[in-house]
Design a protein around this ligand. Structure first.
Ligand code: G1P
Length: 297
């Protein structure tokens, strides 16, 4: 019987130096994307795929993330006394969203090390990992599809996206073989951030993984790789080439809407796209945007 997956792990220990000075005293996960912190989109995605148990791997300076998912009694009392139910709902929503746990990463030794810190909490079940820099549109159920593939094949699953060949040096890149299903591939090899011109394909890992607990044993012996960090990609490469009992690695090729909030330009694009699509702000924003575009040189 396959395990029903209920746990999501979200590494949030990064320093966010690309957004300085905004991230000097505030975690990058709290940067607003329209009117919600980026991290809330990611937790909402986990919950809508049925993962209500969320473990965040945190670091110093991340107390704002914890506060965001905690109850804020004083604020609720003020809003209640004013009868402002709409705002009260917004405040309570992130408190009640998921059962959120925290563990500190300690040394910043890389994504593989961050995932290894989840071992005690996760135990012997498969689990999902979501990276906060990627927001997947709520209309495109990528994680649900990945969970289904994991259950069907009892394998490790990564989300893959075709990227422009000029971008492959920014991602883990997969070598793949087709399967009988259009959106599922078998991953035969993985390489973390290959130098420009040396990527084996343009299929990039985006920040969604469904892992089997065997990953922990592999991560324990994974030596530091690219950038001197313990890379999740290197551990996955071992599984992709490992014995059949590990179930190998499969990729779900994502063709939906993904918003990257990892650097400043992509973050701006994400805000414009998501704001344009909003039922409340969208019509006014799109109208203004059309006029604004006309004024551009
Ligand atoms: C990490 C992973 C990389 C993956 C990427 C997706 O890199 O190491 O394999 O492609 O996330 O966003 P980072 O962007 O944290 O440097």
């Amino acid at each position: 019987m396959p395990h029903v997956i209920s746990k999501a792990v979200i590494p949030v220990a990064g320093m966010g130096t690309r957004f300085l000075p905004a991230t000097k005293a505030m975690p990058k996960e709290m940067l607003p994307v329209v009117d919600k912190p980026a991290i809330q989109y990611v937790v909402e995605e986990a919950v809508s795929a049925g993962l209500h148990d969320v473990l965040m791997i945190t670091g110093r300076n991340k107390s704002a993330v914890e506060n965001h998912f905690d109850k804020v009694g004083e604020l609720e009392a003020v809003l209640r006394s004013k009868g402002d139910d709409e705002k009260l709902d917004k405040v309570r929503y992130s408190t009640d969203l998921a059962d959120v746990h925290y563990v500190r990463q300690g040394d910043p030794l890389g994504l593989g090390h961050a995932v290894l810190r989840a071992q005690m909490h996760v135990g012997h079940e498969p689990f999902a990992v979501l990276l906060g820099d990627d927001i997947i549109d709520e209309r495109d159920a990528l994680l649900t599809r990945m969970l289904q593939v994991q259950a069907d094949l009892n394998t490790t699953v990564v989300a893959l996206l075709e990227v422009d060949p000029s971008q492959t040096h920014l991602y883990g890149i997969a070598t793949v073989e087709p399967t009988g299903e259009d959106d599922v591939v078998r991953v035969t090899g993985l390489v973390e951030k290959p130098p420009p011109g040396e990527a084996p394909s343009n299929l990039a890992i985006i920040g969604r993984y469904v892992l089997r607990p065997e990953i922990f044993e592999v991560l324990e012996r994974t030596a530091p790789g690219k950038g001197g960090e313990i890379q999740l990609t290197d551990a996955l490469q071992e599984l992709a080439q490992g014995p059949a009992w590990t179930g190998g690695v499969h990729g779900v090729v994502f063709r939906g809407r993904r918003y990257d909030t990892g650097d400043r330009l992509d973050y701006l694009k994400a805000i414009v796209q998501l704001a344009s699509d909003r039922g409340d702000l969208g019509p006014d924003f799109r109208g203004w945007l059309r006029e604004f575009v006309e004024t551009l040189p």
